[in-house]
Design a binder for this molecule. Structure first.
Ligand SMILES: NC(=O)C1=CN([C@@H]2O[C@H](COP(=O)(O)OP(=O)(O)OC[C@H]3O[C@@H](n4cnc5c(N)ncnc54)[C@H](O)[C@@H]3O)[C@@H](O)[C@H]2O)C=CC1
Ligand SMILES: O=C(O)C1=N[C@H](C(=O)O)C[C@H](O)C1
Length: 232
């Protein structure tokens, strides 16, 4: 498969290595200030920066190159990208986290939220820990987890680094080179329940994005990682 990479940083380089090991060819890398020349790519993978994601995804869709985006921090514009994809009859997948483990964790989180619904003695909160270079907070993954809890909760929204009774408190910690840790806690006066996902490195994110690109290559439409992994 011929792949164009948008963003050639930590994730771009990890994807390049794993994609080549799976027999794929990186035909183009596009970083800041590079032209949108896709050089015959059959699929594009965008892991860039929050301020570049919309332009990058639009450029792929306008060039009829299906695009997988893992960039976080731009989701206010998600509906615009969905509309552009549909208008162009293109292919598009966004996921806040492409790792198989986190996508299972997303489902576990929703199941737990469902079980805890109505148990007023417990208060839910979340902590995410990432490396010091991360530009956005909270992480895209933490936002997806919060949305999963909100589906089954009386809480009205999430709030970053603050405590409000009717909101899910998300604490964002930045520490060294941590690849990504997400912790959900239900605490009461008598006990607490904690679930945690801890990435050991970036390979899981990168492999998931490559699997999504392999799956999307010949498809049109807007999909999620749940479609790719066939999670019910
Ligand atoms: N969905 C997922 O599974 C994961 C998502 N991420 C997200 O992916 C993004 C990238 O993460 P990292 O690789 O760690 O960051 P990074 O900072 O190492 O790499 C970003 C790269 O994008 C480049 N860039 C800046 N402007 C650009 C533009 N206009 N077009 C193309 N490239 C441009 C930068 O020069 C840099 O090389 C972040 O938003 C991060 O949150 C990271 C890991 C997993
Ligand atoms: O910036 C990162 O590194 C990561 N970003 C994603 C996010 O914002 O959720 C996924 C992962 O946690 C690593």
């Amino acid at each position: 498969m011929k792949i164009a990479l948008l963003g050639y940083g930590r994730m771009g380089k990890t994807i390049e290595k794993l994609a080549q090991e799976r027999g794929h060819e990186i035909v183009k890398t596009i970083d800041a200030n590079d032209d949108y020349d896709f050089n015959g790519a059959e699929v594009a993978i965008d892991f860039s920066v929050p301020t570049a994601a919309v332009a990058n995804i639009s450029a792929c869709l306008n060039a009829n190159v299906p695009v997988v985006s893992g960039t976080t921090g731009w989701l206010d514009h998600y509906d615009e990208m969905v509309a552009l994809c549909k208008k162009n009859n293109g292919g598009f997948i966004y996921a806040s986290n492409f790792s198989v483990g986190v996508n299972i964790f997303f489902e576990l989180n929703k199941q737990l939220a469902k079980m805890m619904q109505g148990l007023k003695d417990y208060n839910v909160s979340m902590t995410e820990v990432h490396h010091i270079h991360k530009l956005d907070a909270p992480s895209g993954t933490a936002i997806t987890l919060a949305e999963g809890i909100l589906e089954h909760s009386d809480k009205t929204d999430w709030v970053l680094d603050a405590e409000e009774n009717d909101k899910i408190s998300i604490k964002a910690e930045r520490e060294g080179e941590v690849p990504g840790t997400h912790i959900i806690n239900y605490g009461s006066q008598v006990d607490e329940i904690t679930i945690e996902h801890r990435a050991h490195n970036r390979n899981g994110f990168a492999l998931g994005a490559i699997i999504a690109a392999e799956w999307l290559k010949d498809k049109t439409g807007v999909y999620s990682m749940k479609d790719v992994l066939n999670l019910s």
